[in-house]
Design a protein around this ligand. Structure first.
Ligand code: HEM
Length: 504
């Protein structure tokens, strides 16, 4: 009897010792205990799929709004959310538990030394980084960047007028230049040859393509090849200290650096954050808007142009001050964010930092939480006929969590800090495009409309339309004149900013 008790105590002790040593064993035991309460889902997740958001949507259709998927990541189990409500309840309302990130061993830790805030776990570094992003891009601060957006958007309208076939490249230049001006106070004049943009794209490419840990140990800081070079001269010139530097995100960072106790390296990475997160997202959203115009424009462009003519008239481009009154144009922007969300997986996954129960389901600590916008924005309960582009949805009263009527900027403590800047770019450029141009299907040799595929999108973390044909013509010679005149004025004003270095 005593022998059995001792044996049991010994076994229990050994088990406790083992679970202390091996967290994964602890995890397995816990999952076994809660197996019957885990959310429904497949036995094992599929990996290596080109468009994982399509797979996640199928899972949600099969299993429901909360799906448990083991084996998708080495970081732990994955939970896939399939409705705006579930995403809101967990990621927004229980933000204290669901605001971390899964471990990104290669991209986050090896390549970036844990200094990329976007991938950083919920903790001290992320908090300081986030504070800077927030103060640099909160609503009031973003409003101070509006002159930059207004001027660059005048350049964009003229670029499209002069070279409508290159509209995609023009939109990309716009988005890159706004981010460069806001961050460093420099303009991007030629997106294909710009040194900083090019090196940033390379660094981002390395970051998303890494899969062999160790292979890249020799080049641990790719982003830093250019960031300090960009801002070190400023420090040397002591412009900030003399108070004559163009106010931008970097000057803001330098002002805050001491109070937050950030190192130069941390600061340099923080300055780089808007590059990775703010260019492709803005440009991709605007590209989707053009695609929507080609496919569905006959349904919504006439009403938008009627509103623009009434509110703005025909003698000037729309401005930010008009947006309040341009209710239908704003609805078009919201529907663009909803219809083809560029952050198609809902951005970088979240991770949970405590065990939790939701609607009777057990969600273990350390789960990777994915809330794919491809599922959430195409959920027929919230958006009937989800692939149809219908701005009217945003003029009706709908039961949808949050204030935007969509979830394109994510949730809770990780919500996109650049949302005000990004939304302002998308709204203004949609207003100006519809004011100035008729965007219609291109014609083939026989004069027939060329149809476009509204599902032809890139693979990858951010998904945007593949190239498609499109006709963009000024609404009248008078509209074209206004675009040219506004451009001339904008170029004169933009002379106060230096151009970013271009490859020779
Ligand atoms: C129209 C454009 C944009 C869209 C659709 C978009 C969307 C998103 C989404 C869905 C997330 C993930 C949120 C989450 O994890 O819950 C995110 C995060 C982020 N975005 Fe944006 N974004 C846009 C523009 C920008 C801009 C202009 C900036 C520049 C300041 C920016 C900076 C960031 C950063 C730094 C994060 C990471 C936040 C964190 O991990 O705490 N974004 N964005």
């Amino acid at each position: 009897m005593i022998g059995t008790i001792l044996l049991n105590i010994g076994l229990a002790g050994a088990l406790a010792y083992l679970t202390l040593l091996y967290p994964s064993l602890r995890q397995t035991i816990k999952l076994r205990a809660h197996r019957s309460r885990l959310p429904p889902g497949p036995k094992a997740g599929k990996t290596g799929i080109a468009k994982p958001w399509v797979y996640f949507r199928q899972l949600s259709a099969q299993y429901g709004d909360v799906v448990y998927v083991p084996g998708l990541s080495s970081a732990g189990p994955t939970v896939v959310l399939g409705s705006a409500r579930a995403a809101w309840d967990l990621l927004e309302r229980r933000g204290a538990v669901y605001s971390s990130r899964p471990r990104f061993v290669v991209g986050g830790e090896l390549l970036s030394d844990g200094l990329r805030g976007l991938m950083a776990p919920y903790g001290d570094f992320w908090r300081r980084w986030r504070k800077l992003l927030h103060s640099g891009f909160m609503q009031r601060r973003s409003a101070s960047y509006r002159p930059i957006q207004r001027l660059e958007s005048a350049v964009l309208a003229r670029d499209i007028l002069a070279d409508p076939g290159g509209f995609r490249a023009h939109v990309e230049r716009y988005a890159a230049s706004v981010i460069m001006l806001v961050t460093y106070g420099r303009r991007v004049v030629d997106v294909a040859r710009d040194e900083v943009v090019k090196q940033n794209i390379e660094a981002m490419g390395r970051l998303t393509s890494v899969n062999i840990p160790g292979k890249y140990a020799a080049e641990r800081y790719p982003a830093l090849k250019y960031i300090p070079a960009m801002f070190a001269p400023w420090k040397a010139e002591d412009k900030v200290a003399r108070g004559v530097a163009t106010p931008c995100f970097t000057t803001h960072l330098l002002e805050e650096q001491e109070a937050l106790g950030m190192s130069d390296l941390e600061l340099a990475y923080t300055a780089g954050s808007p590059f990775g997160a703010g260019i492709e997202t803005t440009a991709g959203t605007l590209a989707s808007f053009f695609l929507a115009c080609v496919k569905f424009g006959h349904n919504f462009i006439p009403r938008a142009q009627e509103e623009l003519d009434r509110v703005v008239g025909r003698d000037r481009l729309p401005t930010f001050e008009d947006m309040e009154e341009l209710e239908y144009v704003r609805a078009i922007a919201s529907e663009t964010f909803r219809w083809r969300p560029v952050a198609v997986l809902g951005g970088t996954p979240h991770a949970s930092t405590a065990d939790d129960m939701y609607n009777g389901m057990f969600i273990p600590k350390g789960s990777t939480i994915i809330a794919p916008l491809w599922t959430i924005h195409l959920n027929e309960r919230d958006f009937p006929e989800p692939h149809e582009f219908k701005p009217e949805r945003f003029l009706e009263d709908r039961d949808f969590p949050g204030t935007l009527g969509h979830s394109a900027f994510g949730w809770g403590r990780r919500i996109c800090p650049g949302m005000h800047l990004g939304a302002a770019s998308v709204n203004l450029n949609i207003a100006r495009t519809l004011w100035a141009f008729n965007v219609t299907p291109a014609k083939d040799e026989t004069g027939q409309d060329i149809d476009v595929d509204i599902f032809a999108f890139t693979d990858g973390f951010n998904s945007s339309p593949l190239p498609f044909p499109c006709s963009i013509l000024p609404r009248s010679p008078q509209h074209a004149d206004v675009v040219r005149r506004t451009y001339e004025e904008a170029v004169a004003e933009l002379k106060t900013f230096k151009d970013s270095p271009v490859e020779v």
